[in-house]
Ligand binder design. Structure first.
Ligand code: ADP
Ligand code: MG
Length: 693
C-alpha cells in the first residue's frame, strides 16, 4: 500500500503542467510514466550563462547580454541570415537567424526596445554575433534566463529546456516527506533534507554539483541504496523465519575430511563452519559460496552433504552440464562411500530400468546423495527426506529451477556455489538477501600461471611453440573472442577458421572445436574427448566458461584478449594451472592497446586473486560502463554510481541490518518514514534472488 503523502508523485507525468498528449509519450521515454520519474530525472550537464557586456564578451562562450535593439538587417540573398544589430554602452552585437524568421522578428523586437539575449557569442573579424540565440526576451523578463541552466538528457522532439520546465513543475508537486535518515548521519555528511535535495538536483550551479560525489547526489544515492538494502534485509529475515530440521555436525564428517589427500584451506574450514552453523540453526539456510575456480568448492559441499547424511537426511547436488555432474560424482562418491554414505549420479542419459532403480533408491532413502543435472528436478524424482540442495555454478540456473529442487523436500536448505568472485560492494548489492561465504584462499601447492601478452602478429611463432608443447604431451585451450552477443554466428566463424588453421599446422585429429551453436550432447562429447586427452588443443568460444576440470591442460591462449572483461579473462585463465605442471596463459591482442586495455592486461599479469581482480575490474570500468555492470545483474539504479558510491553501498547494508534489528516491523516513527522511502523507490520486500521465500 502506497502512503497517501506520495500520491502526488505517483500521478501520471501527463498530469504535469505543460505535458499535453503530444509530448506525454516523449516525457515517458525520457523519464518514465510518473511525476516521480520526472522528478528523479537528473540533469547531465550545466550551461553557465554569465551576464556580461559586449566589450567583455568571451569568444565561443555562452553568455547573457542586456541590449537595445538597434536595427534590423533583412538578408540580401536567401542564403544569408536575417540579422538584428543590438547595442549596449560598450559596443554592437549581431543576432542572426537562418531561414525565414524575419517577419516575426521585425514585429516583436522593434528598434529601441530593451532586450535580454543569451547564447554562444562568436567573433567574425571585428564583429561579435550570436547565431540563433537561446533566449531573446523583453528586459523585464531577464530573470527568466537562468544563470546556470541544467541540461537534461534529450529525446527526439523534446528539448532540454522543455524537460527542465516539466521537471520544475514536478518539483512543485514534491511534498516535504518525513525524514527517514538518521539525523546524526545527515549532519555528519552535511546532507540536505530530501525535499531540499531534489530541489537542488534541478538547480545545480556548478559542474561539481552534478558530480556523483556532490552531497546532494550522495544523499539521493544513499536513499536509494537504503531502500534497496532494507528490502533485501527484510527478505532475508522473512526467509529465516521458515523452520528447517536442525542438522548437527557429525564426527564422521571430520573423518571424511581427514582422509582426503590434502588439507583443507583456512577459507574452506571457515566456510564449512559457516554452513554448519546454518544447518544447525533450525532455520532454513540460504548461503552462497563464492570462490575462484579451483578454490575447492566441491569439497566444501561434500562435507555439508556428509553432515546431512549423518543426520539421516538427503542432499542433491545439481550441476549445469552432464560432464560437470559426472566430475562431481567422481570426486565425492568414493570418500562418501568409505564413510557408508551412498551417492548416485542422475543425468538425462539415465533411462529405463537403471533410472528406475536409482529413483527407487532415492525414494526409499537407501541413497543419501544425488548428483546430477536438470534431470534431478523432474517430477518423478522423489526423495525420502531431502534437506539440502546444492546448486553448482548458480548463475546457470534460474529462480524457478532452484525452487523446483527445493520443493522436493520440507525446509530444504540451499547452498549455491559461484565461481565468479565479485567485489565486496557488489556482493552486498547482488546477494544482500543471502549469506555469503568467500573462499578467498587457494589450495596449497598450486603453481602460479605464467601470464604474458603478445601481439597477434606473432601467431606463427606461437603456433610453432604450441606444436612442440603438444608433442611433449601438453594440452591447450585456444579461446576465440566473442565479437558481439548478437552475432553468435560471426564468433562461430572465427572459431571455425582458427580451428582450421590450427588443424593444418598441428594435425587434423589434434584439434577439437567447441562453440555455443553446438548441440549440448556434442559439446559434452568434445569436452569429454579433451578431458580424456584424445585431443590436444581445444578451440573454443567462451563456452568453456563453466568449471570443467582438465588438470593436464597447461596452456591457455586467448585471442583478442583486449575484448574480454578482466573477470572473464581471469575465469578463462583459471582453466589451467590445476595440475602439478607449470602452466601458462598467453593473451593475444591487436596493437595499439588503449590505456585501459593495457591496464587490464597488467592487472592479470600481476595477480591471480579473483577478488582483487574483480575490484580492479570495477575500478577500470568505472561507473560509466553501465552496460557491463547491468549485465552483472546490478539493479537499474537512478542515483547510485556503483564505483563512486561504493562506501555508501557498504554503509547502507549495515544500516539496513541495524534498522531491522531494532525495528523489525518498521513501526517506529523512523520505521514509518522508511516505508515511505521504500514506496518512493518501489523496493518491495518480495522478488529478488531468492524469492522462493
Ligand atoms: P572449484 O572451486 O572450482 O569447484 P573444485 O572443487 O573442483 O574447485 O576443486 C579443484 C581441485 O582442487 C580438485 O581437484 C580438488 O580435489 C582440489 N582441492 C580442493 N581443495 C583442496 C585443498 N584444500 N588442497 C588441495 N587441493 C584441493
Ligand atoms: Mg566447481
Amino acid at each position: 500500500m502506497r502512503p497517501e503523502i506520495l500520491f502526488p508523485l505517483f500521478a501520471p507525468a501527463a498530469s504535469l503542467k505543460g505535458v499535453g498528449p503530444k509530448i506525454a509519450p516523449l516525457v515517458e521515454r525520457a523519464a518514465g510514466p510518473l511525476v516521480r520519474d520526472v522528478l528523479f530525472l537528473s540533469p547531465q550537464t550545466l550551461v553557465d550563462r554569465p551576464v556580461t557586456t559586449i566589450a567583455e564578451a568571451r569568444e565561443g562562450e555562452v553568455q547573457t547580454f542586456r541590449v537595445r535593439i538597434d536595427a534590423h538587417i533583412p538578408p540580401a540573398r536567401k542564403s544569408l541570415p536575417y540579422a538584428i544589430r543590438c547595442a549596449d554602452e560598450t559596443g554592437f552585437i549581431f543576432l542572426s537567424w537562418f531561414k525565414g524568421y524575419g517577419q516575426h522578428l521585425a514585429q516583436s523586437h522593434p528598434p529601441g526596445a530593451m532586450r535580454a539575449v543569451s547564447g554562444k557569442a562568436e567573433r567574425y573579424g571585428a564583429q561579435l554575433s550570436i547565431a540563433h540565440p537561446d533566449y531573446l526576451l523583453p528586459i523585464e523578463r531577464a530573470d527568466d534566463i537562468p544563470r546556470h541552466e541544467p541540461v537534461y538528457p534529450t529525446t527526439a522532439g523534446l528539448p532540454s529546456r522543455t524537460l527542465r520546465r516539466i521537471a520544475l513543475s514536478a518539483l512543485e508537486r514534491a511534498p516535504d516527506l518525513p525524514e527517514w535518515q538518521d539525523p546524526a548521519w545527515l549532519a555528519r555528511h552535511g546532507w540536505p533534507s530530501w525535499r531540499d535535495a531534489v530541489a537542488a538536483l534541478h538547480a545545480p550551479i556548478s559542474a561539481a554539483d552534478l558530480d556523483a560525489i556532490a552531497p546532494v547526489r550522495r544523499r539521493l544515492a544513499y536513499d536509494e541504496l537504503l531502500a534497496h538494502h532494507l528490502a533485501m534485509a527484510q527478505r532475508k529475515a522473512e526467509r529465516r523465519a521458515h523452520p528447517a530440521p536442525p542438522i548437527f555436525h557429525d564426527a564422521r564428517t571430520d573423518e571424511i575430511a581427514s582422509a582426503l589427500p590434502f588439507k583443507l584451506t583456512g577459507a574452506q574450514i571457515r566456510t564449512v563452519a559457516e554452513i554448519g552453523g546454518d544447518l544447525a540453526s533450525g532455520e532454513r539456510m540460504s548461503r552462497l559460496v563464492q570462490g575462484d575456480v579451483g578454490s575447492g568448492k566441491t569439497v566444501v559441499a561434500m562435507l555439508a552433504m556428509a553432515d546431512v547424511a549423518a543426520g539421516g537426511r538427503q542432499s542433491a547436488l545439481m550441476a549445469p552440464t552432464e560432464i560437470l555432474a559426472r566430475q562431481h560424482f567422481e570426486t565425492i562418491a568414493e570418500p562418501l562411500e568409505k564413510a557408508g554414505i551412498h551417492a548416485v549420479l542422475l543425468t538425462g542419459r539415465d533411462k529405463g530400468v537403471e533410472r528406475a532403480a536409482k529413483l527407487r533408491a532415492l525414494t526409499s532413502g537407501q541413497v543419501q546423495v544425488a548428483v546430477g543435472t536438470h534431470a534431478l528436478f523432474q517430477d518423478d524424482v522423489l526423495f525420502d527426506a531431502l534437506s539440502l540442495a546444492v546448486i553448482d555454478e548458480q548463475h546457470r540456473f534460474g529462480v524457478s529451477e532452484r525452487r523446483r529442487l527445493q520443493a522436493k523436500g520440507e525446509g530444504v536448505h540451499l547452498l549455491a556455489l559461484s565461481a565468479t568472485p565479485i567485489p565486496r560492494t557488489l556482493e552486498l548489492t547482488l546477494y544482500g538477501d543471502l549469506d555469503v561465504s568467500r573462499l578467498d584462499e587457494k589450495p596449497a601447492g598450486r603453481k602460479p600461471v605464467t601470464t604474458t601478452a603478445a601481439p597477434t602478429a606473432r601467431l606463427p611463432e606461437i603456433v610453432g611453440r604450441l606444436r612442440q608443447a603438444i608433442a611433449g604431451g601438453a594440452q591447450a585451450f585456444w579461446i576465440c573472442p566473442l565479437v558481439s552477443e548478437s552475432e553468435v554466428l560471426v564468433d562461430v566463424t572465427a572459431a571455425e577458421s582458427r580451428a582450421a588453421t590450427l588443424r593444418q599446422a598441428l594435425g587434423e585429429r589434434t584439434v577439437g572445436l567447441i562453440h555455443g551453436k553446438l548441440p549440448p550432447a556434442e559439446k559434452d562429447a568434445v569436452m569429454a574427448a579433451f578431458a580424456a586427452g584424445d585431443i590436444s588443443v581445444l578451440v573454443a568460444t567462451t563456452v568453456v566458461e563453466v568449471g570443467v576440470n582438465v588438470p593436464n591442460a597447461t596452456i591457455m591462449v586467448i585471442e583478442h584478449a583486449d575484448r574480454f572483461g578482466l573477470a572473464q579473462l581471469h575465469q578463462l585463465r583459471g582453466r589451467v594451472g590445476r595440475g602439478a605442471a607449470q602452466s601458462s596463459c598467453l593473451l593475444l591482442y591487436d596493437p595499439p592497446l588503449s590505456a585501459t586495455g593495457q591496464a587490464r592486461l597488467n592487472v592479470l599479469r600481476e595477480t591471480e586473486d579473483g577478488f582483487l581482480i574483480a575490484e580492479k575490474d570495477l575500478e577500470l570500468r568505472g561507473g560509466g560502463d553501465a552496460l557491463g555492470l547491468r549485465q552483472s545483474g546490478l539493479p537499474d539504479y537512478r542515483f547510485v554510481d556503483p564505483v563512486a558510491h561504493r562506501d555508501l553501498m557498504i554503509a547502507a547494508a549495515d544500516d539496513a541490518r541495524l534498522i531491522l534489528h531494532r525495528d523489525p516491523k518498521l513501526e517506529t516513527p523512523r520505521g514509518q518514514a522508511l516505508r515511505v522511502l521504500q514506496a518512493l523507490f518501489d523496493w518491495k520486500p518480495d522478488g529478488g534472488w531468492s524469492a522462493a521465500g
